[in-house]
Design a protein around this ligand. Structure first.
Ligand SMILES: Nc1ncnc2c1ncn2[C@@H]1O[C@H](COP(=O)(O)OP(=O)(O)OP(=O)(O)O)[C@@H](O)[C@H]1O
Length: 319
């Protein structure tokens, strides 16, 4: 395993001020982050945020216009990167496959390209759930099967760093579950993993840290808990007034400093900022005979994400 110029403790990934332009248009705009050994990082962002472009720069497939990228301490376009590249598994967003080859032939082909041990191909295909289809032509593979084959290709050569671009794209829920099981085993084996997704809800419980991109910029990074707490988004209270009690409910909420909003089905909603939580308990107690139900929804990471998409930037600073 490469340890890089900085020795064993070097960050696996170091990205500093990376910019990429197509023509005059910047699509990655000054992105910086780093990633330590064994970390699982979720790179989240909507379509077009710049995730795939960043991945391609991290692999040296395309050159950055500005900034530095070091993997295992080596500059990605440097002379010694070839050696480092062998320790990296990459699942591109669109895997190019030869339709006439079988799954096994395909993987053996990739193994030769990567100088990886071809005798492991069969067990790798079993590991990604393609064990019964290894001799079938890839042209007969479903989208999900092609994606699994791409994943097997990324696992060739026991990579120490896995970069997976939208790895669950095209997978059904069962296959997504199986994918994360394999990812957990790889994490236990000490691999560093960066996976991108536009589905924050799917990855948020499966990564150690999130890096959120929007319009080519890194808008937030941190653990899921830190991101949710730091943005201080309000919780939402939704109450269902008893028949004829709606005005009383609205009045009590207003008097306690909340701003009631009528929902279509007769319910009333208010935003509850953290300092208002105690006041909320009092109002609910006063209104106990006027309500048939109430529910408090904590802010989700999706709310955080949407807020970042609207241009609010918050980046967790290292202590
Ligand atoms: N070769 C290219 N030439 C011109 N523009 C490009 C090229 N490749 C990507 N872009 C543009 O760069 C921006 C970022 O694209 P990128 O594929 O990195 O986003 P993404 O976050 O991976 O989104 P998606 O999930 O949709 O692929 C987009 O606006 C895209 O149109």
């Amino acid at each position: 395993m490469p340890t890089g110029a900085h020795g064993l403790n070097a960050a696996v990934v170091e990205i500093n001020g990376v910019v990429k332009r197509y023509g005059a248009t910047p699509v990655v705009r000054g992105v910086s982050f780093s990633c330590g050994e064994g970390e699982v990082i979720g790179l989240a962002g909507h379509n077009g945020a710049g995730k795939s472009t960043l991945f391609k720069m991290m692999l040296g497939i395309i050159a950055a216009d500005e900034g530095d990228i070091l993997l295992f301490g080596e500059p990605v376009r440097g002379r010694r990167f070839r050696e480092v590249r062998r320790a990296i598994g990459y699942l591109p967003e669109h895997v190019a496959l030869y339709d006439n080859l079988s799954g096994l032939e395909t993987l053996r082909f990739f193994a030769r390209l990567k100088s990886a041990d071809p005798s492991r191909c069969k067990s790798l295909l079993e590991r990604v759930g393609l064990g019964s289809a290894i001799h079938r032509a890839v042209r007969e593979y479903s989208k999900g099967m092609r994606q699994r084959l791409g994943f097997a290709q990324a696992l060739l050569g026991q990579p120490r760093l896995l970069m997976l671009d939208e790895p669950t794209n095209g997978l059904d829920p069962e296959a997504i579950h199986a994918f994360y099981d394999v990812l957990d085993q790889l994490r236990q084996d000490g691999a560093t993993i960066i996976l991108s997704s536009h589905l924050l809800a799917e990855i948020q419980s499966r990564v150690d840290r999130l890096v959120i991109m929007a319009s080519g910029q890194l808008v937030a990074q941190g653990t899921v808990a830190a991101l949710a707490a730091a943005t201080g988004l309000p919780a939402r209270l939704v109450v269902t007034p008893r028949d004829g009690a709606r005005d009383r409910v609205r009045g009590a909420l207003l008097a306690a400093g909340f701003v009631p909003q009528d929902l279509a089905d007769g319910e009333v909603q208010v935003a509850v900022a953290t300092p208002q939580r105690m006041a909320l308990l009092g109002v609910l107690a006063d209104l106990s005979d006027a309500l048939t139900a109430y529910a408090i929804a904590e802010p989700t990471l999706e709310d955080v994400f949407l807020r970042h998409q609207r241009g609010v930037t918050w980046v967790e600073r290292a202590a």
